[in-house]
Write a protein that binds this ligand. Structure first.
Ligand SMILES: Cc1cc2nc3c(=O)[nH]c(=O)nc-3n(C[C@H](O)[C@H](O)[C@H](O)COP(=O)(O)OP(=O)(O)OC[C@H]3O[C@@H](n4cnc5c(N)ncnc54)[C@H](O)[C@@H]3O)c2cc1C
Length: 389
């Protein structure tokens, strides 16, 4: 593996950093306080090409390699995890799935507006009763003469209230278990589609999160993404990219924690000297740096495998598990370095801590990722009580 970024990749990283400092950082605190989804910022992310960056140019993307995608996501994550959520969901979960599984018509219809930010998408897998055990989802897709009718509930769906199109996973034949799952592209203006905002989140306050109801939503045959029975594969391939994106965003959180802590430690004086001179403060900072660098290397390794078209599900799980836990640990330490000042939003570190916390929960909890890694190492599936017996 080559650890050297190409000139183009360095430029991509620098441009992303400048964009985030200029366009995202100044609005973060107010958006967070107001719990406001910033539609204008989502549009700007599209204009600069950060929504759907790896998508082919003919569909409105920038055809960037996966490592470059991570460099962008890292910078957006350093600035604001709520904005990073827009990039991750739109690019990895929605555009990536349509590009990989969609028909030519579906790609032409949805990818250009999604990549430009004119349209937003969401990814509806989780339900009130099915989270980690996604294959048991209950949303039902029933055949009609002209296509399908969908009914069910989706829970915790990022951008579900603001999306123009929803990727919805549904069961077409309960006897087939996960082989009966199918994925549908649903325009959110469809009759029977409704959503409700979920309030009171610990973090990601300016990210939109929704509960979605599907009440007899009628869809034509062409609304299906992939074939019947492909649903589980569509979801898993989307998550391979989504988890990578979350991990890259977490490297950005770690980096932001290091920067803020170093700066604060050099300025803040106690006992007549900058607190940076205290060994115990340096220990907090050193641990953050080690975690950040290790997380970054794991993300780059997964990206390198993706760019070479090699299997990377386990390496992506390792990167996601490590980077998300690292982000939580770094943010916690960064608050510690800031003392009482770290507990209010004059500094970014309390938001880093609140925003990082969800990353060990979504797109596979840390426990689920340990089970994926353990299964790969041992050949034993410890995911369900049945397979453990
Ligand atoms: C802010 C936010 C945004 C989200 N965005 C989306 C989105 O856009 N689209 C979407 O589809 N979903 C989304 N989610 C849902 C998210 O992916 C789920 O919350 C996650 O998969 C966990 O499911 P759950 O909450 O039902 O927890 P559960 O699956 O009920 O897990 C609860 C606990 O049990 C543990 N557990 C479960 N199974 C096992 C096992 N086999 N072995 C050991 N431990 C286990 C878990 O690790 C966890 O600690 C979002 C969630 C949040 C909070």
């Amino acid at each position: 593996m080559d650890f050297q970024l190409s000139d183009e990749q360095q430029l991509i990283r620098e441009t992303a950093r400048e964009f985030c400092d200029k366009e995202i950082a100044p609005r973060v605190r107010e958006n967070d306080r107001a719990g406001r989804f910033d539609r204008e910022l989502a549009r700007k992310l599209g204009e600069i090409g950060y929504l759907g960056a790896p998508v082919a140019e003919e569909y409105g993307g920038r055809a960037l390699d996966y490592l470059s995608y991570a460099l962008i996501v890292e910078q957006v994550g350093r600035a604001d995890s709520s904005a990073r959520t827009v990039v991750s969901v739109q690019t990895s979960l929605v555009c990536g799935s349509i590009e990989r599984w969609g028909t030519e018509e579906q790609k032409k219809q949805w990818l250009p507006p999604l990549c430009s930010g004119d349209a937003l998408g969401c990814f509806g897998l989780t339900e009130p009763d099915t989270g980690s055990d996604a294959a048991s989802l209950r949303t039902r897709a029933e055949r009609t003469d002209s296509g399908w009718v969908l009914s069910g509930q989706k829970m915790w769906i990022s951008m579900g209230n603001v999306a123009d199109v929803a990727l919805i996973f549904a069961q077409s034949d309960p006897d087939q278990a996960h082989r009966g799952l199918a994925c549908f592209l649903i325009p959110t203006e469809s009759e029977g589609y409704s959503s409700q905002e979920i309030h009171g989140k610990l973090g990601l306050r300016s990210s939109d999160t929704a509960e979605i109801s599907l009440d007899q939503v009628e869809l034509p045959e062409e609304a299906m993404l992939g074939e019947i029975g492909d649903g589980f594969k569509v979801a898993m391939s989307a998550l391979d990219s989504g988890r990578y994106s979350v991990a890259a965003g977490c490297v950005g959180i770690c980096d932001g924690c290091v920067e803020a802590s170093v700066e604060y430690a050099k300025e803040r004086r106690q006992f007549g000297v900058p607190i940076a001179r205290f060994q115990l403060v340096q220990e907090l900072i050193a641990d953050m740096i080690v975690r950040r660098d290790a997380a970054r290397m794991l993300v780059y390794r997964a990206g390198d495998l993706k760019d070479r078209g090699e299997p990377n599900t386990v390496e992506t799980s390792i990167a996601k598990l490590y980077a998300t836990e690292a982000a939580v640990a770094c943010a916690d330490s960064a608050v510690q370095v800031h003392g009482g000042s770290g507990y209010v939003d004059d500094y970014p570190v309390e938001r880093y801590l609140r925003d990082a916390r969800v990353t060990t929960l979504y797109e596979g909890t840390s426990q689920i990722h340990k089970l994926i890694i353990g299964r790969d190492a041992t050949g034993e599936n410890a995911m369900t009580p049945l397979s453990a017996s």
